[in-house]
Design a binder for this molecule. Structure first.
Ligand SMILES: [Zn+2]
Length: 300
């Protein structure tokens, strides 16, 4: 009996190894969601959303996923009509989840468009104080080739602009496709869960509220708003989010004005009535409170 059990366990683990290894190595394929005949969301499992628009010249991408997901992403883009040549890439902000295809696409002559602040962050090493994670700068050849400060329009009519409020970083941009009425917003609005507030590179809770208000002026009631994370949003969703983040911002502001620090802010549970829908808000609140310290104390 004992021996049989032992044998069974041994066979089980051997089979597990034999079967498990290839599954671990294989990358799940990307899913392509059609928004219009020439506009798609490419979803590589575990990666941020990427938008691909195709025309006679090739493909335009809004964000390029992480370096690890780049193969799967570009394979899916290559399967689109005229998708084998990516002529334009937008970086909605500098984070590695968005800029991981810069290096290889730059080599193929892709024009990389970003806000000037994004280019500046990509040109230096960044260490986040909350987790000590260090992100290395991109080589010069992988940095954005066309930067702007305020807004711009491509010959195709696609419009883009700076979300100056700094919802997520100080270089956030949106890209608006007027023909399809689709608005790409990167991490300036989240489709699910509490957002990351990267105050180290400029984001703050007041910017989340301001950014959502600004995006409302670009969208109308029929606009499909595509965030980097989660499902599509509508104008109504943005309004609901403004109310929620506005409430949290007011609460945190009052606490900061009374001299309360980030840990006290977390204890006060300023997100309590939203947590059932959004998930535990502790990390978000701590980051928001830190963002207020960073924003309101110029010497900090
Ligand atoms: Zn981000």
């Amino acid at each position: 009996m004992e021996r049989r059990q032992l044998l069974k366990a041994a066979i089980g683990s051997a089979a597990g190894l034999a079967l498990g290894a290839p599954f671990l190595r294989a990358q799940a394929p990307a899913e392509t969601v059609k928004l219009a005949d020439d506009l798609f969301i490419i979803k590589v499992p575990g990666e941020a959303n990427v938008i691909a628009q195709t025309d006679a010249e090739g493909a335009l991408l809004v964000d390029g996923g992480s370096a690890a997901g780049s193969d799967a992403l570009l394979k899916a883009v290559g399967a689109l009509p005229n998708g084998s040549k990516v002529h334009t890439l937008f970086n909605t902000h500098w984070h590695p989840e968005q800029t991981g295809s810069n290096e290889r696409l730059a080599k193929t002559g892709t024009t990389i468009i970003a806000h000037e602040n994004t280019r500046l962050w990509l040109g230096q090493n960044v260490t986040w104080p909350w987790d000590g994670k260090k992100v290395m700068k991109l080589p010069k050849a992988a940095q954005p080739t066309k930067t702007f400060y305020d807004k711009g329009t491509l010959p195709s009519g696609i419009r883009y602009g700076w979300i100056a409020d700094a919802a997520h970083t100080d270089g956030d941009l949106y890209v608006f496709f007027p023909k399809q009425n689709v608005l790409a917003v990167g991490d300036a609005a989240y489709g699910q869960g509490w957002p990351v507030v990267d105050w180290w590179t400029g984001g703050w809770i007041g910017g989340i509220v301001g950014g959502l208000q600004r995006l409302q002026t670009v969208a109308d009631k029929d606009t499909k708003i595509i965030p980097a994370r989660g499902p599509a949003l509508t104008l109504d969703d943005l309004r609901t989010q403004v109310d929620m983040y506005g409430t949290i911002y007011d609460r945190l502001n009052q606490m900061m004005n009374r001299g309360r620090g980030p840990s006290e802010a977390v204890e006060a549970k300023p997100t309590k009535e939203f947590d059932a829908k959004m998930g535990n808000g502790d990390v978000f609140v701590r980051r928001c409170a830190e963002s207020l310290w960073a924003y309101l104390s110029p010497d900090a």
